[in-house]
Ligand binder design. Structure first.
Ligand code: PMT
Length: 421
């Protein structure tokens, strides 16, 4: 469908999924749809069953020029929960009911729209609308907080006369405000412009002999996601990486290393250049004390012992040398996550630590997702649910950015290094 009258179309070439849920404000989604189309977007509408009680799919179908998807199990809509979000540049849910917010926050997938959200990797914008004081209910507030922490843009409802006749905060935001949120979410963010970030990723390999080494299960995905996210947000990024099977992120300078010692050198050489250091690498804590120059033969004693020595604790080393750099570490834990992470935060003299329980199903080593708690040295703790590593990377950058800003306004001194962790 062609819509005329727009002066500058800001969403040309963008594919947007517009989710409509069961609220009286569903009719306003028609106005939002027209605004998105006016900006040049290609819009596919997905409705929940309850939304169809308020507005017919036909209305959206005629205006958008595409069939409306409503049913997870309809034959002609097979695999739509995968294909629609995969092709979308953004998903906008307007109006989003309290039920829709709750399902999304909890990761429930019992219809097409909620299942789609579980597979989506693109920006998600939710514009809630609800009546009768529901917006201020503690459960709704908690769900909104969870969604925001995960990177969802929640466009607050406005105050005014509600369908029930009450006055309160619950009216769907104006279509112009929702449109602006979509435009902002799709505009490349440059909020890390001017920052120089050193990121470490992957495992290290500590030689036993020329063909054997000690290493770990790190795939590098977490560190690469951070490097990619920081680069996309305008930072200059140097990625110091152990051996991985990943392609180098675009626009990032990659320094390949093998051992903990190589990584120490590569990072300390660039410390003065950097403004932020993020250590996602899984560095070996010990290495063979006497690596052999020849391959150990099978013949000989059946029992052998390997003499190990400590590697340099790179973060403690960098912490002792830094001037104004912000230091972010990770804690990979299998038990007592928070207590161990807090110890590392203090002992290594960090500003922020990303505590991840690597025994969580679907998280940690090798996985595409991770779940973490961000703990900073001011004592703030943010627990984040399981999410794509790229989304976690953005959440870490958001937290680090808040610390940089707070530091600029307080000019707080660097923490004392308390030694090894
Ligand atoms: O690479 P992936 O497959 O995506 O997996 C991601 C991950 C699980 C490796 C990542 O999320 C993670 O937790 N990285 C840190 C792993 C680790 O070594 O944790 P640690 O608790 O042992 O070390 C604490 C911190 O000290 C880490 O930031 C580590 O980089 C750093 N360290 C460790 C040893 C050492 N000799 N020097 C260090 O600086």
């Amino acid at each position: 469908m062609k819509i005329s009258g727009s002066i500058e179309q800001t969403l040309i070439g963008k594919r947007i999924v517009l989710g409509v849920t069961g609220s009286i404000a569903a009719y306003k989604a028609v106005i939002l749809l027209r605004a998105l189309l006016r900006e040049g977007a290609c819009v596919h509408v997905v409705m929940t069953q309850s939304a169809t009680k308020f507005v017919t799919p036909l209305t959206f179908e005629v205006l958008s020029g595409h069939p409306v998807s409503t049913d997870l199990f309809a034959a002609q809509q097979e695999m739509k929960h995968l294909s629609l979000p995969e092709q979308a540049d953004a998903i906008v849910i307007a109006p989003a009911t309290a039920n829709c917010l709750a399902k999304s926050a909890l990761g429930l997938g019992d219809d097409l729209l909620s299942t789609m959200l579980l597979t989506a990797q693109c920006p998600l914008i939710m514009a809630p609308a609800m009546d009768g004081g529901m917006w201020t209910h503690p459960a709704v507030k908690e769900h909104v907080q969870t969604l925001r922490a995960r990177g969802t843009v929640v466009v607050d409802p406005t105050m005014g006369l509600l369908a029930s006749g009450q006055i309160g905060q619950g009216r769907l935001a104006e279509e112009g405000v929702i449109l602006e949120a979509v435009q902002t979410a799709l505009a490349p963010r440059q909020d890390w412009h001017g920052q120089r970030i050193l990121v470490s990723a992957g495992p290290t390999q500590e030689p036993i002999d020329p063909v054997r080494f000690i290493s770990n299960r790190s795939s590098g995905k977490m560190g690469y996601a951070i490097a990619e996210a920081a680069q996309a947000r305008g930072a200059q990024v140097v990625l110091v990486t152990g051996p991985t099977a990943l392609s180098p992120p675009r626009g990032v300078e990659v320094v390949s290393i093998a051992t903990a010692e190589d990584m120490t050198k590569a990072l300390s050489m660039r410390l003065a250049w950097s403004t932020v250091v993020i250590m996602a690498a899984a560095v070996a804590d010990f290495r063979p004390k006497h690596p052999l120059s020849h391959k150990i033969k099978k013949q000989g004693p059946a029992d052998r012992a390997l003499d190990l020595e400590r590697t340099t604790d790179i973060l403690s080393f960098l912490s002792a040398q830094r001037t104004t750099q912000l230091l972010v570490g990770f804690a990979a834990e299998t038990n007592d996550l928070i207590a161990h992470a807090k110890d590392k935060l203090t002992m290594k003299g960090l500003d922020l630590i990303v505590a991840n329980d690597v025994t969580t199903a679907g998280a940690g080593f090798g996985s595409d997702q991770n779940a973490a708690t961000l703990i900073d040295r001011q004592g703030s703790m943010t627990e984040l649910p399981l999410m794509p590593k790229r989304a976690l990377a953005d959440a870490i950058l958001n937290h680090a950015q808040a610390l940089l800003r707070a530091r600029q306004s307080n000019l707080s001194p660097k923490p004392a290094n308390m030694g090894r962790g």
